[in-house]
Design a protein around this ligand. Structure first.
Ligand code: ZN
Length: 747
């Protein structure tokens, strides 16, 4: 048997984020367009050659982009937002659509399925679809000029239209409009020499997949009619596909994810659903996580798959867009490095598998296997936990807690607070960077932090807020901060992945069992509390969010890792309580976005998420007030889970879409404390007293007054100091005017 290797997409960012830097420099007019083009072409070449040097039989092109490949596809078909029409279709137009310009707002960004990548939503209002700028062809030709056997990657018509918005036509009509244009685009690629074209149709693995089958069949039959379908590989990823359905389409083959499918794709193949005459792109190496593969197990899987098809490619389970570029720039302990694999190392794994299978050369495979096994047996992965020893529900019911908390906190009617962070001014960021790079001493840094905390305590006193925060000046990121301090987490230097546009995130890697070893936030919080008689809220990130925004382990059930984190956060909650902190907020902004792609798995996810949050927060005394925060307003089907968290107070974003929220709350009698964000912190605009008053009054129609809190809708770290002061003054004044009785003297 012989197999081939391929890839579905490579990270754009560059090893040291050269891509991001070049693009931002161009935006800031620090470099010319020619300089930008040169840097990006070098980067493309580097990516292509790196893949070629790992002996891929076919290297993807068209995955590279200046911003987002969905936006590239929009430009390819001239699907240009109405407000940007009439301009030349070039990179500047692309950037303007993505970022907005002085005259027009940007197009919306939406999460790419269940990843942390965000794409630009195509807008169909009054568009004139036609074949526009064919950037994929340009890139294909470029690869050809480097003597690289490449295959173009293009988002398929069903996925492209499904992710679009606007226009009067139905989904089917839009797809039909695009079909001749897709055919034209395919023909141009085939004429240029493309032997395979990877057509990404991840939407087929979602709950909508089944409803889309009729139009999918129609589309791919049209491609067969035009005699282009024999070059097409329909690519799916992130979940199981309908193998029987895909087998019935008149294309060369298709791609399946064998890592994130819960075993369902292989099951269908074994069941006889796979048409053996098709080419299979088998996603066997995890394309969205950072772990070294168990290559022996992968080899066995390949051997099984090879009995079902004559034309087998092995590849990562998805584009490598979702993992960092290379381990080479990290300084890592061998014991940890053994277990990791970024994009470049994944190509090595594929190559080692191919050599072992095609040539019987096991050398590299054996080395990788030995590393893998060494890593799995490390002590740091084999601690024991007693999850049952920690409370997972509060001692008393909310009604009881509420009275005890109020006796202790003595809060006024309509209490006011903020979400946690205050401005990360250039000075704050500079001091933190100076300290991290050993340019200033611990002492100097701590003195600075204390001064900043002190200043903001005074500001909060002046404004007259009721529950204070310390301001989070010591944190760069609400997950990385905890990752740096908890045992079991690794924070890398260059482990960046693209989130949207030029923005990248550096998720911590949970490589071992998680343990709390020392207080994480107590010093700053207690210092802040020492400066005021008002309660200062402790500020933590919750287990669900920490897990969702990290690279998670896969050698343990997800639930267990989440609960390990929950126990660690629980220790910190208790440490804060012990130190006299009366209010503790545990943020869970990522709870909703962690929902699995398919609804069938939602309930299980939510049940486990709720349990972890409760493990983290239920051990405190009844008189300690637990807050949580989430920054979205459409709770829909998760509202019951939110209620089950049993947090004494939740603060949520509402200012941008009141209507939806009120609707969600009609379905449930929400009887815990709740702060509906009364103004939008994402805008620099200062709200008026009237606006805030209306927002409060509207909320009071839905929610019992005794449960109601007044707060902004998210943290204030991106705002300027003057904006924060002005807005919070308006907020506090509005609340005070609406107060029916005052239990604390007003300033
Ligand atoms: Zn938020």
């Amino acid at each position: 048997m012989t197999i081939k290797t391929t890839n579905l997409g490579f990270p754009r960012l560059g090893r040291k984020r050269e891509w991001k830097k070049a693009i931002e420099n161009y935006w800031n007019q620090a470099i010319t367009k020619a300089e930008l083009d040169e840097t990006l072409l070098n980067l493309q070449r580097e990516n292509l050659l790196l893949q070629k040097n790992h002996h891929l039989d076919s290297v993807p092109v068209g995955d590279f982009s200046l911003y987002d490949h969905i936006l590239d596809t929009s430009l390819l078909f001239n699907i240009i937002p109405e407000r940007f029409q009439g301009r030349e279709v070039d990179d500047d137009l692309l950037f303007d659509i993505a970022r907005g310009n002085k005259e027009h707002v940007a197009s919306a960004l939406i999460k790419w399925f269940n990843t942390n990548y965000h794409y630009i939503v195509p807008e169909w209002d009054n568009v004139t679809p036609k074949l526009g700028r064919h950037i994929i062809l340009e890139r294909f030709n470029y690869a050809k000029s480097l003597n690289i056997n490449a295959h173009p990657v293009i988002v398929g018509p069903i996925t492209f239209v499904k992710l679009s918005k606007g226009g009067d036509q139905s989904l089917e009509e839009k797809v039909r409009t695009l079909l001749p244009l897709y055919i034209e685009a395919f023909e141009a690629l085939i004429q240029a020499g493309a032997e395979l074209i990877q057509v990404d149709e991840p939407v087929l693995v979602t709950d909508d997949g089944e409803d889309l089958e009729a139009i999918t069949r129609e589309a791919y039959e049209a491609f067969a009619g035009a005699e282009v379908a024999q070059k097409l590989i329909i690519q799916t990823y992130f979940e199981r596909a309908n193998v029987k359905f895909l087998s019935s389409l008149p294309v060369k083959g298709f791609g399946l994810d064998f890592v994130h499918d819960r075993g369902e794709n292989l099951k269908q193949i074994k069941n006889g659903d796979f048409d053996a005459s098709k080419t299979l792109f088998a996603g066997i190496i995890d394309g969205r996580n950072v772990w070294a593969a168990d290559v022996q197990a992968k080899k066995a899987l390949i051997e099984t798959l090879a009995t079902y098809t004559d034309d087998l490619y092995i590849n990562p389970s998805s584009s490598l867009l979702h993992v960092p570029v290379s381990l080479d720039d990290e300084t890592l302990d061998e014991t940890v490095r053994d277990g990791l694999s970024f994009a470049t190392e994944k190509l090595e794994e594929l190559d080692a598998l191919k050599r072992a299978i095609n040539e019987g050369n096991h050398e590299k495979l054996d080395t990788l296997q030995a590393q893998y096994e060494r890593f799995q047996n490390q002590d740091f992965k084999n601690l024991t936990y007693d999850f049952d020893s920690v409370r997972a529900s509060r001692e008393s019911k909310f009604e009881t807690r509420k009275v005890l908390q109020q006796e202790r906190l003595n809060l006024p009617d309509l209490p006011t607070t903020t979400i946690g962070s205050f401005p990360q001014s250039p000075e704050v960021r500079k001091k933190r960077a100076d300290w991290k790079n050993n340019r200033i001493s611990n002492e100097e840094y701590e003195t600075f932090l204390k001064a900043e905390i002190g200043r903001w305590i005074e500001i909060q006193e002046d404004i007259g807020l009721d529950v204070f925060v310390h301001g989070e000046f010591e944190r760069n990121d609400m997950v990385e901060f905890f990752g740096e301090k908890l045992q079991g987490f690794l924070v890398t230097k260059f482990g960046w992945v693209q989130s949207y546009g030029s923005r990248a995130v550096k998720p911590p890697i949970i490589y071992g069992d998680v343990k709390w070893t020392a207080p994480l936030t107590v010093k700053e919080t207690v210092y802040a509390q020492s400066l005021t008689d008002k309660p200062v809220k402790g500020m933590l990130t919750g287990p669900v969010t920490i897990l969702n925004w990290s690279f998670e382990r896969v050698d343990l059930p997800r639930e267990e890792v989440q609960n390990q984190i929950a126990l660690a956060i629980n220790e910190e909650v208790l440490a804060l309580e012990e130190a006299g902190i009366k209010v503790i907020q545990v943020d869970e902004p990522a709870l909703r976005e962690g929902l699995p792609l398919r609804k069938a798995y939602h309930e299980d996810y939510l049940r486990k998420a709720v349990h972890s949050f409760k493990l983290a927060t239920s051990s405190v005394a009844d008189h300690t007030q637990i807050h949580t925060h989430m920054c979205y307003s459409q709770f829909g089907q998760i509202i019951h889970a939110i209620h089950e968290l049993d947090a004494d107070v939740i603060s949520i974003e509402t200012s941008r879409s009141h209507g939806d929220l009120i609707k969600d709350f009609e379905d449930i009698n929400y009887d815990l404390g709740i702060g509906l964000g009364v103004y939008d912190i994402h805008s620099p605009r200062i709200p008026t007293e009237d606006e805030i008053t209306i927002a409060i009054q509207r909320g009071l129609q839905q929610i019992d007054r005794s449960l109601f809190w007044v707060n902004p809708d998210c943290g204030l770290k991106t705002r300027k100091e003057a904006e924060v002061k002005d807005a919070l003054n308006v907020l506090v004044n509005s609340a005070k005017k609406l107060r029916q009785h005052t239990t604390t003297p007003t300033a």
